[in-house]
Design a binder for this molecule. Sequence first.
Ligand SMILES: [Zn+2]
Length: 389
Amino acid sequence: MTYNSWNQHVVKKKNKELVLRTITSLAPLSRADIAQNSGLNKATVSSLVNELIDEEFIYESGPGESSGGRRPVMLLFNERAGYSIGIDIGVNYILGVVTDLMGNIIFEKNITVRNLSFKEHISLVKETIHILIQNTPQSRYGVIGIGIGVPGIVDKSGKVLHAPNLNWKDVNLKEIIEQEFDYPITIENEANAGAYGEMRFGVGQDCTNILYVSNGIGIGLGIILNGELYRGINGYAGESGHMVIVANGEKCTCGNLGCWEAYASEHALLKNAENCGISSTPTLEELIQKAEEKNTDTIELFQDIGFYIGTGVSNLIKTFNPQKIIIGNRLAMAKHLLEKPIVDSVRKQALIYHQADIIDFSKLSTHSTALGVSAFAVEDFLHISDQID
Ligand SMILES: [Zn+2]
């Protein structure tokens, strides 16, 4: 290919992506609307739209409103041209979803796990992916990719450098999954994926500066600044679960003392419940039920955890001055028990010009990460895909 023809190829690809993006965000709309919104001329739009129809990315629906004259044909995005798989590898669960290209969940599989070895964990993840593939509807492009969220530090090559709560170190997860599945694979830190999921589908939809606190067995932070995920220079940003909130405090799974997650996570809640003799092998679901039945000791446990969540949240608000800070993952299930203690704690520890009313709870709850990684796979498919050439 000569430089000129290569250049034309790149320009065309970019224009086609622009047309498709305009349709995915504004549909239903006409060819003339696309030209107006994208700044491309009508002939270019028309030819690109025809290609996208042939490729089944979009389709024509009935005529839309007309301001006089012939009614234009409206175009819609074909969200069922392919399906994406999202997996959230938790410490005590594995959640998998099949979504269409707009993030609607078509099928899901949720497994509770306990004390698995590395081998068992990986084999359950693979088994889950197989089940999800079997339950993916037929479509033009089939499974377009698999996104996996992990509670740990993930480098840019998809390697999990350290996931303390899973006890994983230097796991080349991308390679392991690629050996079994011939699809594009994306590996992402679960809190980053959760933040993205909230921005696309959850309570962060109207926001461009979001902090997402993923509170499960550990705590991770997803940071969205000006609409983009902030990963840090090497992709290790958001390890706020290990920021120290009590100097020389409790021992954390990372080896340090006094980390936020040693005081404010689901793990801390379960450990405290065990120590207080509330239950010998407590689960979050059981503790929520006990608190709802007005068991005073259990209610106090939630208040205690809420205070410490608030302490970390208050530090983050002071550091970032975000539009919204979203509490998500497993502990979002206990919103009714945690919200007041968290807000009280933040109010008590905030500076006068920082507001506690920016705190919100995830509505996607346990699904933010799975939906986020699934959306990453869709983005990769629609943008880097050779389908669009
Ligand atoms: Zn730690």
